[in-house]
Design a binder for this molecule. Structure first.
Ligand code: XUL
Ligand code: CO
Length: 437
């Protein structure tokens, strides 16, 4: 197999190609339903997994090398940025995402760290101008450092709250400088391990306070992008406050933040919450807070956040169905919050992993459009609810009916027959479209 440096650009060769370093389904500039595939899918590279992660797990150290031959911290992070932009170019990826700690070295003081960070933001800005690549979203890593062991916005220590806000501010500033269209709040430590030591009410109020301050600051300095919450039920904290999409929707409504915040839905987080990826996307959609996607998949036999590259075409197709029904991405996109396996430890494995993930979603996009065009599934659902288009059903959905009226209507009913849900038949249509030649 070829080595990383031998691959200049991954071409589209179509489904019959046997070339490992070619796309079989992702043809970036092909127009499907009025838009280029790259615009439908808005793929993004995740800096943390792709540029920094070196294969470490709970039982062993690195299996990969990503220092790019540098020991000087700032030079190394510049080389990392060069690698990131080179990778995006090779893969025809237009966007990237990062945490503050991903793009720059840590200084001895917070001031020095911010200084490195701002220098690297300038460097990224130059790289963006030279290549046309864009920032999809950024975020503050308010979970890794020891200070965050009891939370960031939900820490019992007010200094930690202030420190968290300062890190969010730096990222929103960077977002504005880089023309990013998203800022993500993922609350890995915003939760609790035991209620015996926790003031849940105050913690939730404080979490909302940080979101409000961040929104107000962002809007004040001209940030026009979206703010997202990324739901996750657990890991690293036992109970995370942003458990799932429905919990987040309730939180945003309670604190009057629902107009300014949307959700960044991650596939593996959905399954950890006991839901499907499609379920979480649908909950976001029906609540008007669908924003962006962290594409990956978990392993049903493991039950932790394995962040694997997505290759499950069934789940990806159902996800793209939701994206299309939502009207497509606006400020959001499809970020591969995914890493190569510890044993896939070469640079070319990164290319192969992205090719696999991108082709999965490209095929999913094509198939989801076919399912919608075919119409059998959508028509079935529409007819299933036909009783709400007339008679008592119409009165119910028009909010024109009282309890008394419903009661006397029900008294006059003879047999009520609910029609078959036809699940197996619909699943067979899905397979038929998925696997047709
Ligand atoms: C953690 C996770 C994060 C967020 C950004 O599970 O998904 O990488 O996407 O902080
Ligand atoms: Co994520």
């Amino acid at each position: 197999m070829k080595k990383f440096d031998e691959i200049k650009k991954v071409p589209f060769e179509g489904p019959n190609s046997k070339e490992p370093f070619a796309f079989k389904y992702y043809n970036p500039d092909e127009v499907i339903h009025g838009k280029k595939m790259r615009e439908h899918l808005k793929f993004a590279l995740s800096y943390w997994h792709t540029i920094n992660y070196c294969g470490t797990d709970m039982f062993g150290g690195d299996t990969e090398e990503k220092t790019f031959g540098e020991t000087d911290p700032l030079k190394m992070y510049k080389k990392k940025a060069d690698f990131a932009f080179d990778l995006m170019e090779k893969l025809s990826i237009d966007y990237y995402c990062f945490h503050d700690v991903d793009i720059a070295p840590q200084g001895k003081t917070f001031k020095e760290t911010l200084d490195y960070f701002n220098q690297m933001v300038d460097y990224l800005s130059e790289k963006q101008k030279a290549t046309g690549k864009k920032l999809l979203w950024d975020t503050a890593n308010n979970f890794g450092d020891k200070k965050f062991m009891a939370g960031a916005a939900t820490s019992p220590n007010a200094d930690v709250f202030a420190f968290s806000a300062a890190k969010v501010k730096a990222c929103i500033d960077a977002d504005v400088k880089l023309g990013g269209t998203g800022y993500v709040f993922w609350g890995g430590r915003e939760g609790y391990d035991t209620l015996i030591n926790t003031n849940m009410g105050l913690e939730l109020d404080n979490l909302a306070r940080l979101l409000k301050i961040s929104r107000d600051y962002g809007r004040k300095i001209g940030y026009k992008g979206d703010f997202y919450i990324e739901p996750k039920p657990k890991e690293p904290t036992k109970h995370q406050y942003d458990f799932d999409a429905a919990t987040c929707a309730n939180f945003l409504r309670k604190y009057d933040l629902i107009k300014d915040f949307k959700l960044n839905i991650e596939a593996n987080h959905a399954t950890l919450a006991g839901h499907t990826f499609q379920h979480e996307l649908r909950v976001a959609r029906v609540n008007g807070i669908f924003g962006s996607i962290d594409a990956n998949q978990g392993d049903m036999l493991l039950g932790w956040d394995t962040d694997q590259f997505p290759t499950n075409i069934y789940d990806a197709t159902l996800a793209m169905y939701e994206v299309i029904k939502q009207g497509g991405f606006t400020n959001g996109g499809l970020n591969f919050d995914a890493k190569t396996r510890r044993q896939s430890n070469t640079l070319e494995d990164i290319l192969l992993a992205y090719i696999a993930g991108m082709d999965t979603f490209a095929l999913a996009l094509r198939t989801a459009f076919k399912i919608i065009e075919d119409g059998r599934i959508d028509d079935f659902v529409e007819k299933r609810y036909d009783s709400y288009n007339h008679g008592i059903g119409k009165k119910i959905v028009d909010d024109q009916v009282t309890m008394e009226e419903l009661s006397s209507y029900a008294l006059n009913l003879k047999d009520i027959e609910v029609e078959s849900g036809r699940q197996e038949y619909l699943e067979s249509i899905f397979n038929n479209i998925l696997f047709e030649k």
